[in-house]
Design a protein around this ligand. Structure first.
Ligand code: SF4
Length: 464
C-alpha cells in the first residue's frame, strides 16, 4: 500500500464515506460523546477564564521560546537527563539509533505519542531490527490492525466494539462476544509480558517545564508509567512547542487538557519525570534521554499569524466538534494530525504544497475555535492558508476562475441581483448527472426546497 499523504484526501474521504459507513458511524458516535463530555466539563468551571490564561501562557512561551528551551535544557541536564536537539526526523532517528546500539536494544515498548507518529518512528525501529509494541489500548488495537491513528486522543475511534471483538478473538483468543472489560484484561495480560521484556521505553511528552526540567505525561491507563519506568532506558521525543515556563503553570494545563480531551477534571495518571532512577530509588530507568524535536516548528513559528497553531496542546476537541472530520475520521487526511488542527499544522510543518488540500477540509463553521482550550483562531488560519494557496497557484484554475467571477458579481449589486434571479431558474432536482460539475455535491444530497422569496427581498422587508 502506498504511504498515506494529504494529496489523496479527496479520494480517501470519498472511499470511506462510500465503502465504510460503519467507520463514519463509529467516529460520529464517539466524537459526539467526547464533545458532550467536554461541554459538561467546561460548564463546571469558568472555562473562558482558563482559556484566556492558557492562551496567554502559551503565547508568552512561544514568544520567548529560545530562552525557555535553554532553561529547560540546563535543568534537564542538572537532573541527569541526556538532552539532544533534532532539527528533523532524521536527526531524531540518529539519536535513537545510537541509544539502540549502545544498549543492545532488541525490544521496545511505546507510550502514545503523536510526535512519534509524525516522524514514523515505529517503522524506523523495526528497520533496525527492534520489536516495538504500542501500549496504549487504542494504539495497541490499531497496531494489531496495521493502521495508523485516526484521532489525536482516541486512535481507534473509527473501530467499533464488534471490530475489536473479532480482532482480539483472532489475536488473543478471547470469546467473540467478550465485553470491553474482558478485552481490556486480555490486552493487559499480553502487554505485561512486553513491559517486562523491553529494554527501551519510548514516549512523547505533554508538557516540559522549563524552570525544573520536568517532563509531564498524562494518561488514563497506566501504560505510560510502565513504559517509562520498567525498561532500562527511556527516550522521550518532545516537540519544542511543548514548553511551559513554570511548575505552577502545569496544574492549570493538566486540568485544561483533560477537560477538553475527555471531560475529566484531570487525567487518571500524571507522570512527572525528573530524570533517571537515583541510587536509593527502587524503580525507574537507568538512563533517560530527551530529544527536543523541531521538524518544521521553527519555520512555522516565524510565520506571521500562522504560528498560533503551535499553541496546540493536542486535546482533540476541535476534531470532535468538526462536521468534516466526523464524516471520515482521521485516516483520510493522510497525516498524523487530522481535523481542524491538521488543516493548519500540515501547511506549516510539511509545506503548503505537500499539505494540499487539507486547508479546504473545513466548512469554516467556527465550532473548532469555540472549543479550543488555547483559543487558536483555527478558521482564520485556514483562510490564511487558503489565501496563500490561491496566491501560489495551488488551487485548480477552474475554481480560481469561478471565485473571480463571483468576486466581480458580489461587488456589483445589480449584477449580483440579476445573477441570483438567473440561478433561481436552474432546476435543483437534477440528481447526480444533470450538472456534472456539481455531481460530487448532489449525489449524496436531496433536492433543496426553494424559498418562495429571494433573501434580498426578505432582508429589505426586515427579516422576522
Ligand atoms: S487546536 Fe485546540 S482544540 Fe484542536 S487539538 Fe489543538 S488545542 Fe485541542
Amino acid at each position: 500500500m502506498a504511504d498515506p499523504t494529504p494529496r489523496n484526501y479527496l479520494t480517501e474521504s470519498a472511499s470511506i464515506i462510500r465503502n465504510h459507513p460503519e467507520m463514519s458511524q463509529s467516529v460520529q458516535e464517539s466524537s459526539r460523546s467526547f464533545d458532550q463530555r467536554r461541554a459538561d466539563a467546561y460548564d463546571q468551571v469558568d472555562s473562558q477564564a482558563w482559556r484566556t490564561w492558557a492562551k496567554a501562557v502559551k503565547t508568552h512561551t512561544l514568544s520567548n521560546l529560545d530562552r525557555y528551551l535553554e532553561e529547560a535544557e540546563a535543568h534537564l541536564i542538572q537532573n541527569g537527563v541526556h538532552v539532544h536537539w533534532a532539527e528533523d526526523g532524521q536527526e531524531a532517528f540518529t539519536v535513537l539509533e545510537s541509544v539502540v546500539a549502545a544498549h543492545g536494544v532488541k525490544r521496545a515498548v511505546k507510550a502514545k505519542s503523536m510526535l512519534t507518529e509524525e516522524l514514523g518512528l515505529n517503522r524506523f525501529l523495526e528497520g533496525l531490527g527492534v520489536g516495538i509494541r504500542e501500549t496504549d489500548l487504542g494504539e495497541y488495537i490499531i497496531q494489531l490492525l496495521g493502521e495508523g491513528p485516526s484521532h489525536i486522543v482516541a486512535p481507534a475511534i473509527h473501530r467499533s466494539l464488534t471490530d475489536c471483538q473479532a480482532l482480539f478473538h483472532r489475536e488473543l483468543g478471547t470469546p467473540l462476544d467478550a465485553d470491553p472489560d474482558q478485552l481490556a484484561a486480555a490486552a493487559r495480560a499480553a502487554l505485561r509480558e512486553e513491559f517486562l521484556s523491553a529494554d527501551l521505553g519510548v514516549s512523547g511528552g505533554n508538557f516540559l517545564v522549563a524552570e525544573t526540567g520536568t517532563l509531564a505525561l498524562v494518561e488514563n491507563e497506566g501504560n505510560i508509567r510502565l513504559s517509562t519506568s520498567l525498561p532500562r532506558v527511556h527516550v522521550a521525543f518532545v516537540g519544542i512547542e511543548k514548553l511551559i515556563p513554570r511548575l505552577e503553570d502545569l496544574s492549570g494545563f493538566l486540568q485544561l487538557v483533560a477537560r477538553a480531551a475527555t471531560g475529566q477534571p484531570i487525567g487518571t495518571f500524571v507522570s512527572l519525570i525528573q530524570g533517571p532512577r537515583k541510587a536509593d530509588e527502587p524503580d525507574g530507568p537507568e538512563e533517560v534521554h530527551v530529544v527536543l524535536v523541531d521538524n518544521g516548528r521553527s519555520r512555522l513559528l516565524a510565520e506571521e499569524a500562522a504560528w498560533e497553531a503551535l499553541r496546540c496542546i493536542r486535546c482533540g476537541a476541535c476534531l470532535n466538534v468538526c462536521p468534516v472530520f466526523r464524516q471520515t475520521g482521521g485516516h483520510a487526511y493522510g497525516w498524523a494530525y487530522s481535523g481542524p488542527i491538521g488543516a493548519i499544522l500540515a501547511p506549516g510543518l510539511l509545506g503548503l504544497e505537500a499539505a494540499m488540500p487539507l486547508p479546504y477540509a473545513s466548512t469554516l463553521c467556527g465550532a473548532c475555535a469555540d472549543v479550543c482550550p488555547v483559543e487558536i483562531p483555527i478558521p482564520d488560519l485556514i483562510l490564511l492558508w487558503r489565501e496563500r494557496a490561491v496566491r501560489d497557484g495551488l488551487v485548480p484554475r477552474a475554481e480560481r476562475f469561478a471565485m473571480r467571477v463571483f468576486g466581480q458579481a458580489a461587488k456589483r449589486p445589480g449584477l449580483f441581483s440579476a445573477s441570483g434571479g438567473l440561478l433561481r431558474k436552474v432546476p435543483l432536482d437534477f440528481g447526480s448527472k444533470a450538472l456534472p460539475v456539481l455531481s460530487a455535491w448532489t449525489e449524496t444530497r436531496g433536492s433543496l426546497p426553494r424559498s418562495p422569496r429571494l433573501f434580498r427581498d426578505l432582508w429589505k422587508d426586515g427579516i422576522k
